[in-house]
Ligand binder design. Structure first.
Ligand SMILES: C[S@@+](CC[C@H](N)C(=O)[O-])C[C@H]1O[C@@H](n2cnc3c(N)ncnc32)[C@H](O)[C@@H]1O
Length: 389
């Protein structure tokens, strides 16, 4: 996922910090999990995960990658929709033969690509191929967000919009009939969200769409195969971290608490509203608003994105948290200044270690009066507190 604040490129540093501090197992709590890449990595390292975020698409990724233990077999669905099994499938390395048609397998997720993972996920692969071949359809999603839709918003090409509508509506129908287990539903949805995100006709986020279809948006939708990290199935929550931390504090101390709050004023609910709608599939409950087709502004607004709320929310979270080891990601252009973060963290006591990592910036849009970037490099901070000492 192309996600603001994703720590995908910083995973080696985070992994390195965990190794250096001798942190190998126990409960790892990722309270702002976003694309879930940090949770996926920690799961693969042997931690027991608790993963939380405000957004529904993040919870979908969490249920697909963090909560799961291996690939589900879609047994009920295959019984109800026997056509799924009729595809003749042969896997040769990274290539897939469907009948006599050859395709390259496209994947996502932090698991390892191997013949074994494909074999274990063979039923999932069959379902994805079945969904990929559904006849295009026009419905509320197409009309609201796709080229040729009545709303005139071109977030996706006409063809991809029609196929997405058919796939998403079918997944919903299967779920409503009780043909999908939770993990099966999440894996199909995560694949659709990831695959559509890569074809979005935007400069980067969903705050606006481009008028003309860009080259990548013209490519045909193909559902990607999720590579699941090995490890124990974790817990996935969806709520405000400042409330969740209080519920979790009653259960005892986390071994590692990882915090990666938003650091600027870009609210995730508006910048990723289309992914949220794909996850919720609730266009029967609201009318997309304005030029960009936003969802109703509701409780998903985060204090961490507000100049007057971020430091207070962060201090409140740290105050309520119960952990042995704390890792916090932030950066030098964040709303809360470095010194203030340090001061808040040090109030908690323990042995501290602060690192700065030069990092290429996420450019969501052009420089403007509101957003004046200071070059292409930012400094990512990694704050560590050890309260065992
Ligand atoms: C910097 S991103 C996290 C990125 C993530 N670590 C990754 O690598 O993809 C911040 C995340 O915090 C979430 N968020 C914002 N406010 C929140 C809150 N009060 N409680 C829980 N999650 C929140 C956003 O939805 C967003 O996914």
């Amino acid at each position: 996922m192309n996600y603001i604040g994703s720590k995908f490129s910083l995973l080696p540093e985070i992994r390195g910090m965990l190794a250096e501090k001798g942190l190998k197992g126990g409960v790892f709590c990722d309270l702002f999990s976003g694309s879930t890449v940090v949770s996926q990595m920690a799961k693969g390292l042997g931690f027991s995960l608790i993963s939380n975020d405000l957004q529904t698409y993040s919870a979908v990724f969490g249920r697909a990658f963090v909560a799961s233990e291996g690939y589900p077999d879609f047994s009920r669905l295959r019984e109800e929709v026997p056509e799924i099994e009729k595809t003749f499938l042969r896997i040769e390395g990274k290539e897939l033969w469907i009948g006599d048609e050859r395709q390259r397998i496209q994947t996502f997720g932090l698991g390892t690509f191997s013949d074994e993972s494909l074999l274990e996920g063979k039923e999932l692969l069959l379902v994805l191929i079945f969904l990929d071949r559904l006849a295009p359809r026009e419905g509320r999603f197409f009309q609201a967000y796709c080229e040729g839709g009545t709303a005139g918003r071109s977030y996706f090409s006409r063809e991809n919009g029609q196929r997405c509508e058919a796939i998403r509506a079918t997944i919903e129908d299967w779920k409503n009939r009780g043909w999908l287990a939770i993990s099966e539903h999440a894996l199909l949805l995560a694949s659709l969200i990831e695959s559509m995100d890569l074809l979005a006709n935007t400069a980067s986020v969903y705050g606006a769409y481009l008028k003309k279809l860009k080259t990548s948006a013209r490519q045909a939708l193909r559902l990607r195969f999720p590579l699941l990290p090995r490890g124990k199935g974790g817990r996935v929550l969806q709520g405000d971290s400042n409330q969740i931390i209080r519920q979790l504090a009653q259960e005892g101390r986390f071994d590692v608490l990882y915090l990666d709050p938003p650091y600027n004023r870009r609210q995730y609910h508006s910048n990723y509203h289309i992914l949220e709608t794909l996850a919720c599939w609730d266009l029967d409950k609201f009318e997309p608003a304005g030029k960009t087709g936003l969802r109703p502004v509701e409780s998903r607004r985060s204090d961490y994105c507000l100049k007057r709320g971020a430091a207070k929310a962060f201090a409140d979270l740290i105050e309520a948290a119960n952990f042995r080891h704390l890792l916090v990601s932030y950066n030098n252009e964040g709303i809360v200044p470095e010194e203030e973060i340090k001061e808040i963290l040090l109030r908690k006591g323990g042995k501290a270690d602060f690192r700065k990592i030069p990092y290429r910036r996420f450019r969501a849009d052009q420089d403007s009066a509101e957003r004046n970037y200071r070059g292409d490099q930012v400094e990512e901070f990694l704050f560590y507190i050890d309260r065992n000492k």
